[in-house]
Design a protein around this ligand. Structure first.
Ligand SMILES: Cc1cc2nc3c(=O)[nH]c(=O)nc-3n(C[C@H](O)[C@H](O)[C@H](O)COP(=O)(O)OP(=O)(O)OC[C@H]3O[C@@H](n4cnc5c(N)ncnc54)[C@H](O)[C@@H]3O)c2cc1C
Length: 326
């Protein structure tokens, strides 16, 4: 069995801790996420396959009280018509979900001495040095704010629309509130003003009471860590596995970021398990790196196809070029 440090308490880190604890490895857990007073909430829309994966890893009851959506309506591209289809989903607070996972883990048998592996979700964990930070394909930002739904608006349907500049998603939050997110090609100096403009250009403007008063601009271009898995060696007997969005960040349009993060946790646990039973760690880490690179390349191809079909503005051309270069 291995001794493992789980550096943080994100969704992928805690999932890896659970899988390892189930297999008898000894775990040292980092501080809980969101324990600092300034930690806010992180709304995540989790669709059916992600909920199934979460249930298979953690059992029932983790998100049962989260607001439930039943449908999605999508209009993708200037000349498209809106299409509405059934898509069961939950809107969860990622910070609260991580707290629940942590509570469900309970006390774990901690290793006495140094640990052979560190599992972290941070893209910049520092040591051992990789000499190379994460690679990012583009500079796009997701503008995010909340506002009220207009009375009569269906509180169970998420809406996705495109304008010349952005895609825009409206996610009901189970009350009269909704989350408004807009993906724009590049940094935004005044997120609230830009979100207001994008909403005004879209049919979704009519679904909300008013534009959000405040908004944040979150970096959201796909990103890959060049060295997500470093094997322990004789000279440096501490291995490192990066999981979650620190290893590979998906464009939020994919709607599968959390599922992908959980998959990296499964992969990391499998590496540690196989290393403990004698499989050469270098080969395991090379396998992880290859798999993530292949997944990233595939994701960029999908993004280039989707974005290329919907956006012709020069700023989006830069994003498409970045995806092709990466
Ligand atoms: C803008 C944006 C929107 C997204 N929307 C969705 C979505 O709707 N649905 C979906 O499935 N995926 C979505 N994703 C992807 C999703 O957020 C992540 O892929 C997934 O939650 C990552 O899990 P993780 O374990 O890597 O990171 P996290 O759970 O974010 O944890 C990473 C690290 O941050 C620390 N941390 C976490 N929260 C806090 C906090 N509050 N304070 C301090 N530290 C903290 C943790 O301890 C951990 O070490 C989105 C991503 C982005 C960038």
């Amino acid at each position: 069995m291995s001794a493992v440090t789980i550096a943080g308490s994100g969704l992928a880190e805690l999932t890896c801790a659970r899988l390892l604890a189930e297999r008898g490895h000894r775990i040292r857990l980092g501080p809980p996420a969101g324990s600092d007073p300034g930690a806010g909430s992180r709304p995540l829309l989790l669709t059916g396959p992600t909920l199934d994966l979460l249930r298979s890893l953690w059992g029932d009851g983790l998100v049962d009280d989260a607001p439930r959506l039943t449908h999605r309506q999508v209009r993708w591209g200037r000349h498209a018509r809106p299409a509405r289809f059934a898509q069961p989903a939950r809107v969860v607070d990622g910070v609260a979900l991580a707290r629940r996972m942590r509570a469900r883990l309970g006390p774990l048998p901690a290793p006495a001495g140094p640990t052979r592996w560190t599992v972290t979700a941070r893209p910049d964990p520092g040591t051992p040095p990789t000499g190379d930070g994460p690679r990012q394909a583009g500079r796009r930002r997701l503008l995010t704010g909340t506002t009220s739904l207009r009375p009569g608006q269906d509180p169970r349907t998420a809406l996705l629309d495109t304008t010349a500049l952005a895609w825009l998603q409206l996610t009901p939050l189970g009350t009269e509130e909704c989350l408004v997110q807009a993906m724009v090609p590049g940094p935004a100096a005044e997120p609230a003003a830009l979100l207001h403009r994008v909403l005004a250009d879209s049919a979704l403007g009519g679904a909300v009471g008013r534009a959000p008063r405040t908004a944040t601009a979150i970096p959201a271009a796909p990103r890959l860590h060049p060295a997500p898995a470093i094997a322990p060696t004789d000279r440096h007997p501490y291995g490192r596995l990066i999981v979650g969005a620190g290893a590979i960040r998906y464009d939020p349009l994919s709607g599968t970021g959390t599922a992908q993060a959980l998959r990296t946790a499964i992969l990391a646990a499998a590496v540690i398990d196989a290393d403990a039973t004698g499989t050469p760690a270098e080969a395991l880490c090379a396998h992880v790196t290859r798999r993530l690179r292949a997944a990233y390349a595939e994701h960029l191809r999908t993004c280039a196809g989707l974005y290329g079909a919907a956006f012709t503005a020069p700023a989006w051309q830069d994003e498409l070029d970045a995806a092709r270069r990466a």
